[in-house]
Design a protein around this ligand. Structure first.
Ligand code: AMP
Ligand code: ZN
Length: 112
């Protein structure tokens, strides 16, 4: 996990555009947004994939999921949004630190 890019973001070693943070969870804008609004909800602890989660993470995963509608609304996605969890290589996962994509709002806006 020492070379995990999201652990480095949690540790402040790589900058991120933060949306929300508490003691267990960090939320930041995706660097390559799919849509006008696109952020990632991650646990601060390193868990590689959804398949690696156990019942020990039930509360944490519930907290992450419940943040999605709240933060989507705060980001102006009043009419709805999409969620995505890519799991494993076969699921298209590129960063092996579990995360929920939350996105919506039409055409992508690239940040410079
Ligand atoms: P996934 O395919 O579900 O593993 O998606 C990983 C996501 O992480 C992609 O949408 C990337 O654009 C995003 N990403 C990778 N590096 C960073 C970074 N440094 N800051 C923000 N988002 C990132
Ligand atoms: Zn990690």
């Amino acid at each position: 996990m020492s070379d995990c890019i999201f652990c480095k973001i949690v540790a402040g070693q790589i900058p991120s555009d933060k949306v929300y943070e508490d003691d267990e969870v960090l939320v930041f804008h995706d660097i390559h947004p799919f849509a006008r609004v696109h952020f990632l909800i991650i646990p601060k602890m390193h868990i590689a994939t959804l398949s690696d989660c156990t019942s020990d993470q039930q509360g944490l995963l519930g907290k992450m999921l419940l943040l999605a509608p709240r933060l989507a609304k705060e980001a102006g996605l009043d009419t709805g949004f999409k969620t995505l969890i890519n799991t494993g290589r076969g699921g298209g996962q590129e960063v092996f630190h579990v995360h929920i994509h939350v996105f919506g709002g039409g055409d992508p806006v690239r940040r410079s």
